[in-house]
Design a protein around this ligand. Structure first.
Ligand code: BDR
Ligand code: CA
Length: 305
């Protein structure tokens, strides 16, 4: 199995990504879950990671709280498509378990150093924790075999602004630090994740066949569903399980950090003439076998009972 650190801001689709990873131990070992500000404030994203871990009965997986704010960008709070509590306000119980004492940034550094070449990072929220780990401990860049992340929109408009996808918009500086760290990258931006469209029919089928965990997942999705009905974050985990579901192109990708109209925009240079002096830093995923992705998710959610 691929050993991962899942860095997240749950978030309904983050919760689905966590559950998909838990349901697939043959392909993915979750070494740690780390939390960051994003869909809601850090206290809530952290509580939500704990609530999902409790729901799935996986107290063996440590959770570390990370950064409560982006590096530079101001925190602008709009109404979240994830509900007031970040998980669709479905009345999931309050956490019955606790986080670890160590800060997420230190946990990332420690786990990577103790397992050189072994730990894939999977950021599915703003990349603040990842960037701070790379700043505090630059030696870890060559110990990380790959970062598979959800963020950006290489060849299409954003979802937060016309230019920017949400995770890159919240902390564009962190995204830029991650992109330019010299680590092999696989990008799940809106190019692909906006194709992972949830349908009511799929939710009905999963709900009818599920136990407690799958039913809670669908209840969250029904609440989230129609502000942004895409399973963005689970694509990252699905790729670790079944890479043949996806295809993409290699590009040199950077993020605009400053310009008022385009802050958070990812700019992907594919043609060599658009990236003088740069080899591609990123595999930009652009296509998806959506029926097979939703079959996989259905099967895995049902298997959680
Ligand atoms: C990303 O933003 C969040 O709302 C989702 O959890 C996902 O990580 C999509 O733009
Ligand atoms: Ca997310």
């Amino acid at each position: 199995p691929r050993r991962i650190i899942l860095d997240c801001d749950p978030g309904v689709d983050d919760a689905l990504a966590i559950l998909l990873a838990f349901a697939t131990p043959e392909a993915v070992t979750v070494e740690a879950i780390t939390t960051v500000i994003g869909n809601v404030m850090l206290d809530k994203t952290t509580a939500n990671a704990l609530r999902i871990r409790d729901l799935a009965g996986r107290s063996d997986i440590p959770i570390y709280a990370g950064c409560p704010r982006p590096i530079m960008a101001p925190i602008e709070r709009k109404q979240s498509v994830h509900g007031g509590d970040g998980l669709g306000d479905i009345d999931l119980p309050a956490p019955a378990s606790a986080i670890e004492a160590e800060h997420a940034v230190d946990a990332i550094i420690r786990i990577v150093r103790n397992n050189p070449g072994q730990i894939t990072l999977c950021p599915i929220g703003p990349m603040t924790n990842i960037a701070l780990a790379l700043i505090k401990a630059p030696d870890i860049a060559k110990l990380i075999p790959e970062i598979v992340f959800m963020g950006g929109a290489a060849f299409r408009p954003g979802n937060s602004t016309p230019a920017a996808e949400f995770n890159f918009m919240i902390d564009p500086h962190a995204a830029q630090i991650m992109l330019t760290a010299g680590i092999p990258l696989t990008m799940f931006g809106l190019d692909v994740t906006a194709q992972a469209l949830i349908t009511k029919r799929w939710m009905d089928t999963v709900e009818a066949a599920s136990g407690k965990v799958g039913r809670a997942a669908i209840a969250m999705l029904r609440a989230y569903g129609f502000g942004d009905p895409c399973l963005h974050d689970p694509c990252v985990i699905a790729h670790l399980i079944e890479p043949s579901l996806f295809d993409g192109v290699d590009a040199w990708v950077e993020v605009e950090t400053t310009a008022p109209l385009t802050r958070g925009q990812s700019v992907a240079a594919v043609a060599p003439r658009h990236r003088p002096g740069h080899e591609p830093n990123c595999r930009v995923i652009t296509s998806l076998d959506s029926p097979r992705l939703f079959d996989l998710l259905r099967e895995k959610l049902i298997s959680l009972g």
